[in-house]
Design a protein around this ligand. Structure first.
Ligand code: BES
Ligand code: MN
Ligand code: MN
Length: 457
């Protein structure tokens, strides 16, 4: 298989570059035609790789692409999941080269979606092609690539429950996460959940002269800032009553294991050009960014932000607020607690509105399962080092739903790095990581088939 990958190296890369040229931004309706183009591109490539039943499925939002290769009913079935949608490329002016015109520099592919998730799911299509072309497909494969992950996958849940039979599988394999370093392979064994809301604070019925009315009526921006500031205390704890009630406290052993992963605080600060870190008292950076819940303002606006100074007392102020959740918090309950609390802390001088965006449940996977073992063996074989289990801080909303609807666990065998700048300007993905993924995925299939059916191996 390695020789097949090497012989087709350039084509494997050029196909990915073509996919990266399609600006499939799910959040912005102006890219709707490009979303379809990307879905068609993915469908055609899955088909060419040798899969059957390859089709685009319509949803209430962006389409889902599905294909499968059933070799033998008695073999285990692996469902591959990924997403062809990408985050908006804004702010464009901070890119060193246009986000949808991929360039290779210093052995890295620079483009929006290069790592998240086009570069990563495309590895699976090339791995599938490799396994089929060399007669090495040891499991049945189903592959589902969606177009709404970056906007919360809100239509995918009903797609999955409507197609349970089609998607039936033994495990789900996803490459949409990161490893610690190219010489420190790791596997994420958890994802955080998410509650995302937009709030509005409303004062007077119109913008007012800040001299004539200032000091006499509420300024919604001042009020919003005070309300937001009160959501955390001086120890970095979130003050919403009941917020921590369901949070799972890790045992001392679990915390020690988590903190044993290589982490260099000085390097971390240097990379981000910060003099100090900040976070919840009593927890390490690893813990703060993986097993502890958070509350962050993602955007805030209101008033006059044009050139020069305008004296105005704005009538409205808004913010987008996200909360990352950990086991056993639920997005619905946190939404309720947040809404109730936010409304309760508003002074009578303003009105507030809380509108939910999207949500998702947290997820954990055990490390003693057959599928984890297979991923561990595959990475150990391709990297020459046993991967370290870590807990991820990001969210992939469908993963917890897969468990509920399909009854199986997902393996998060991602190949990204922190330096890939996901969601940022100048997102990139290492050529090493791309090819290492294509090499490792067939090894997962090999070990998974052998572990599931020791007699046959
Ligand atoms: N691939 C990421 C999630 C991720 C990144 C997990 C790195 C672990 C390590 C995914 O595409 C993503 O960005 N998810 C969103 C959630 C979504 C509802 C907008 C996120 O985590 O913000
Ligand atoms: Mn992703
Ligand atoms: Mn993402």
């Amino acid at each position: 298989m390695l020789s097949y990958i090497n012989e087709n190296r350039d084509r494997f890369l050029n196909e990915l570059l073509d996919l990266l040229r399609i600006p499939s931004v799910s959040a912005d309706s102006k890219f709707k035609p490009e979303m379809r183009k990307a879905a068609e591109f993915v469908r055609d490539r899955i088909s060419e790789a040798g899969a059957d039943r390859v089709e685009i499925y319509e949803t209430a939002g962006h389409p889902v692409v599905y294909g499968q290769k059933i070799v033998d009913e008695n073999l285990p079935t692996v469902l591959i999941y990924g997403h062809y949608d990408v985050q908006p490329a804004d702010p464009y002016e901070l890119w060193n080269s246009p986000p949808f015109e991929p360039v290779i520099k210093n052995e890295r592919i620079y483009a929006r979606g290069s790592c998240d998730d086009k570069g990563q799911f495309y590895m699976h299509i090339k791995a599938l092609e490799t396994m089929l072309a060399t007669g090495n497909l040891t499991c049945n494969v189903k592959i589902m690539i969606e177009g709404e992950e970056e906007i919360g996958s809100s239509n995918l849940g009903s797609f999955v429950s409507a197609h349970k039979e089609m998607l039936k599988c033994d495990t789900i394999l996803i490459s949409d996460t990161s490893i610690i370093a190219n010489d420190v392979p790791s596997i994420e064994t958890g994802l955080r959940g998410l509650t995302y809301v937009e709030v509005e604070v409303i004062g007077a019925n119109r913008d007012l002269h800040s001299g004539v009315y200032g000091g006499g009526v509420a300024n919604p921006i001042n009020v919003l800032c005070e309300m937001i500031a009160s959501l955390k205390d001086e120890k970095g704890h979130i003050t919403i009553p009941g917020f921590y009630d369901d949070v799972e406290d890790l045992t001392a052993d679990q915390r020690a294991a988590l903190n044993a992963a290589p982490f260099d605080l000085e390097e971390y600060k240097k990379d981000l050009q910060i003099d100090d870190i900040m976070g919840e008292e009593g927890y390490s950076t690893i813990e703060r960014t993986s097993v502890r819940p958070t509350l962050d303002v993602n955007g805030i606006w209101g008033g006059y932000i044009g050139e020069g100074a305008k004296t105005v007392l704005p009538s409205k102020a808004n913010a987008k607020i996200s909360m990352r959740l950990v086991p056993h918090q639920t997005d619905e309950e946190i939404l309720e607690l947040f809404t109730r609390h936010f409304e309760s802390i508003a002074p009578a001088a303003v009105k507030v509105k809380v509108a939910p965006h999207h949500g998702g449940l947290p997820y954990v996977t055990p490390t003693d399962s057959v599928e984890y073992k297979a991923a561990e063996m595959a990475m150990e074989e391709s990297f020459g080092k046993k991967p370290i289990p870590t807990r991820g801080g990001g969210s992939i909303p469908i993963v917890a739903l897969f468990e509920q609807e399909l009854g199986c666990k997902s393996i998060l065998m991602g190949f990204g790095l922190d330096i890939d700048a996901l969601h940022s300007p100048n997102e990139s993905y290492g050529l090493f990581n791309y090819y290492k993924g294509i090499e490792t995925i067939p090894l997962f299939f090999k070990h998974y088939a052998a572990l599931k059916n020791p007699a046959k191996a």
